[in-house]
Design a protein around this ligand. Structure first.
Ligand SMILES: *[C@@H]1O[C@H](CO)[C@@H](O)[C@H](O)[C@H]1NC(C)=O
Ligand SMILES: *[C@@H]1O[C@H](CO)[C@@H](O)[C@H](O)[C@H]1NC(C)=O
Ligand SMILES: *[C@@H]1O[C@H](CO)[C@@H](O)[C@H](O)[C@H]1NC(C)=O
Ligand SMILES: *[C@@H]1O[C@H](CO)[C@@H](O)[C@H](O)[C@H]1NC(C)=O
Length: 339
């Protein structure tokens, strides 16, 4: 029995070591920079639930201060935004980085970590998330490259609404979907077509059955782990309207069929009320849809999709320095008062 347990531990250790560099126990040597950075990037992505996943580009600084029983590590990390939205289940390591012409986004992060007995704890980080090149710089390098619009741009949001309506004509879907978040909106001028808009956005499956006569915008998202999600790219011309919409579907995490007479659980709108498995309203993980933040608002309070979607631009970490993108929020999140 004892031998068996030792063997199991040993093989577990071997597995851990061979799986990924980030899973090696961290020590306090300076040479640990890459492993510590890997750990930090995992942590950052796990707590980043708006916009896109990030990958490590470069460790720019790594200072280790020995303290009692371990050390404090300070990392300066240069991250790059990927094309995987946070709803995409793909590991961030497998996601493609945006190229400069696609309006790349980078984040410069200062990360503090404490290492004791091989255990690493991220204690704090702050990131400066910005476009790799400003619009002004891009005009000189690549005048035909797209420009990013603020996420609340009204023409851009109109294109998202039209694409979502088109999406909801697909009768292969079981339920209607509603907007979860606009990821980015790029735009460019095309001769003969006027301004073109290329939004990317995430949709979430709702309770409303496909084909029901209902105001779709008033539909409530399924619980985050029971909802399918879709990530869409569309193109829209100011002169000719919607040109195309292409979406990737991501299956629900929990696909357990409901038992006879069992109702689909309700999550989201009343984060503290409905039993069910909704995470806390200010949970920083894969939380309820953004509409839930202020809780308790009845669906008919929305203006049925004419205005910008509620909280479409609420990252949960204050006003963004660049309204065109989703920044990496600091950790730990400063407490937000309820309003
Ligand atoms: C990143 O931020 C640190 C601290 O704010 C600064 O010293 C460094 O120059 C920045 N690096 C880049 C590439 O912007
Ligand atoms: C977008 O949001 C900013 C504040 O973040 C606001 O000043 C601006 O008026 C908004 N624009 C639209 C079109 O809603
Ligand atoms: C319609 O939805 C299904 C999934 O429900 C998807 O596989 C298919 O590609 C969609 N069709 C179009 C034209 O978007
Ligand atoms: C999956 O959803 C069903 C229905 O709400 C629930 O009974 C079950 O506990 C869920 N399973 C997991 C693993 O969350």
């Amino acid at each position: 029995m004892r031998t068996l347990r030792v063997l199991t531990l040993l093989s577990a250790a071997v597995l851990l070591c061979s799986a990924a560099p980030g899973l090696e126990p961290l020590t306090c040597s300076e040479g640990n920079g890459p492993a510590a950075a890997d750990k930090a990037v995992h942590h950052i992505n796990e707590h980043h639930d708006h916009g896109y996943k990030f990958r490590l580009h470069e460790v720019q600084g790594n200072s280790v201060e020995q303290v009692d029983g371990g050390c404090n590590v300070k990392l300066q990390l240069d991250l790059q935004e990927t094309k995987c939205h946070t709803i995409n289940p793909k590991p961030f390591e497998d996601c493609e980085i945006r190229r400069m012409g696609e309006r790349a986004v980078k984040a410069n992060c200062t990360v503090l970590m404490t290492i004791k007995d091989g255990d690493a704890d991220i204690t704090k980080y702050e990131c400066d998330t910005r476009q790799e090149k400003t619009n002004l710089e891009m005009v000189r390098i690549c005048p035909d490259c797209p420009v990013l619009l603020p996420l609340n741009n009204s023409e851009g949001l109109k294109s998202v609404r039209e694409a979502t309506a088109e999406f909801n004509k697909n009768t292969s879907n079981q339920h209607y979907y509603i907007l979860k978040e606009v990821g980015r909106i790029s735009t460019g001028y095309i001769m003969g077509l006027g301004m073109n808009y290329y939004p990317e956005f995430a949709l979430v499956e709702t309770h409303c059955p496909m084909g029901s006569r209902i105001i779709i915008e008033a539909c409530i998202p399924l619980c985050p782990n029971r909802a399918r999600h879709a990530f869409c790219r569309s193109s829209y011309s100011s002169q000719n309207g919607l040109l195309s919409t292409e979406c990737d579907f991501y299956p629900a995490e929990n696909t357990t069929a409901l038992g006879p007479g069992e109702k689909e659980p309700v999550c989201g709108r009343h984060p503290h009320g409905h039993g069910g498995p909704p995470p806390h309203a200010h949970d920083h993980g894969r939380g309820p849809p953004p509409h839930a933040d202020k809780g308790g608002r009845p669906p008919h309070a929305h203006d049925h999709g004419r205005g910008p979607p509620p909280h479409a631009h609420d990252h949960g970490c204050g006003p963004p320095p660049d309204p065109a993108l989703h920044p990496i929020c600091p950790w730990p999140l400063p407490h937000r008062p309820h309003n």
